[in-house]
Design a protein around this ligand. Structure first.
Ligand code: NAD
Ligand code: UD2
Length: 309
């Protein structure tokens, strides 16, 4: 019998396609379920062990079919833009919560147990700001995106207790790397800044540039996801994925300038309403359970890989 594939929902997107590459390189068969709303076929390699199903996680029958014969699921499919969820709460809810429920139900029906889930630091809202945020920090989902992520976590926990699913929940901080789409103003700041810097277009910083983020190179995240798939046990409790390092936007710009050998014009405008000033993970739990590359990929190295240098 052919090896049972890992199903990656959202596998044609930024994080998903990087995970596809890593799993194929390790000899896994992979099936991707993606509606190609932000993901792209061209993000995926041509490989006989990779199957792409173009379909929607909001479609229960489609998810059930995609899951047949799979050994595990990595559930990444979601409308990843917080702003899109603010503009269209009901539409994004179909992907971001109903999609999760469909995955849980299909897993129950098909007898698949292990599922990794991409939650977000957004579940903490502004709580813990300025501190290293640990997983017990009170949750404050301030947007439909964050509410759906937190609700998804609770549903996964229900399916764990009631139906024996083995969910592993990760709360990603700011992930960056190749194939992150820079096309929306709400795309990840590193994808926007690097694209503009490469094209020589002016860069806009919202605020004074002293706000900080805990940036994680996608390759390091993928290492953790592979370990979570392969681990014999799915330990309960969500895990922050951050390096516990604060990088300001001004430091980021300096690093981009160094890697590219110069920067276009940089202007400073008013802060975005609701923007978090400092976001940094307490990653003790991550380090207890998983091995990060030692040392984790630094900003300059990550930028060089992203820029293909
Ligand atoms: P992305 O937009 O590149 O990937 C999302 C993928 O899901 C895309 O390929 C898209 O086409 C697909 N998709 C969306 N709705 C779908 C649907 N209804 N049915 C099937 N496929 C659908 O974004 P990403 O940054 O790779 O995000 C992956 C996951 O990680 C998302 O769940 C996101 O919320 C989460 N996350 C990302 C970050 C980050 O820093 N990038 C931070 C926190 C959480
Ligand atoms: C991230 C996530 C978001 C949510 C949130 C939770 C991304 C893309 N967004 O938002 O989904 O999980 O964390 O806290 O991962 N900026 C500029 N100029 C630009 C673009 C951005 O100055 O052209 C600033 C922006 O105002 C912010 C910082 O850069 O201060 C980071 O912005 P971001 O959108 O990359 O990520 P963040 O942390 O706001």
């Amino acid at each position: 019998m052919a090896e049972r594939p890992v199903l990656i929902t959202g596998g044609a997107g930024f994080i998903g396609s990087n995970l596809v590459d890593a799993l194929l390189a390790r000899g896994y068969a992979v099936r991707v379920l993606d509606n190609l709303s932000t993901g792209k076929r061209s993000n995926l390699p041509d490989d006989s062990r990779l199957e792409l199903i173009v379909g929607d996680v909001a479609d229960a029958a489609c998810v059930r079919q995609a899951l047949q014969g799979c050994r595990a699921v990595v559930h990444l499919a979601a409308v990843a833009s917080v702003q899109a969820s603010v503009d269209d709460p009901l539409g994004t809810h179909q992907s971001n919560l109903i999609g999760t429920l469909n995955v849980c139900e299909a897993m129950r029906a098909e007898g698949v147990r292990r599922v990794l889930f991409a939650s977000s630091a957004a579940v903490y809202g502004n709580n813990g700001e300025g501190e290293a945020i640990d997983e017990d920090t009170p949750k404050a989902p301030l947007t439909p995106y964050a509410a759906d992520k937190l609700a998804s976590e609770h549903y996964l926990d229900f399916y764990r207790r009631q139906h024996g699913l083995e969910p592993v929940v990760f709360r990603f901080f700011n992930i960056f790397g190749p194939r992150q789409d820079p096309s929306s103003p709400y795309s990840g700041v590193i994808s926007i800044f690097t694209e503009r810097a490469q094209k020589g277009l002016p860069i806009v910083v919202f605020g004074d540039g002293e706000q900080t983020r805990d940036f994680v190179y996608v390759g390091d995240l993928v290492e953790v996801l592979v370990q979570a798939l392969e681990s014999p046990e799915a330990v309960e409790g969500a895990v922050n994925v951050g390096l516990s390092r604060a990088t300001s936007l001004n430091q980021l710009l300096e690093a981009i300038g160094e890697v590219l050998g110069g920067l276009p014009a940089v202007t400073y405008q008013a802060s975005r309403p609701g923007d978090i000033r400092h976001s940094r993970a307490n990653n003790t739990r991550l380090l207890q359970r998983y091995r990060l590359p030692e040392p984790p990929t630094g900003m300059r190295e990550g930028l060089a890989r992203l820029l293909g240098l």
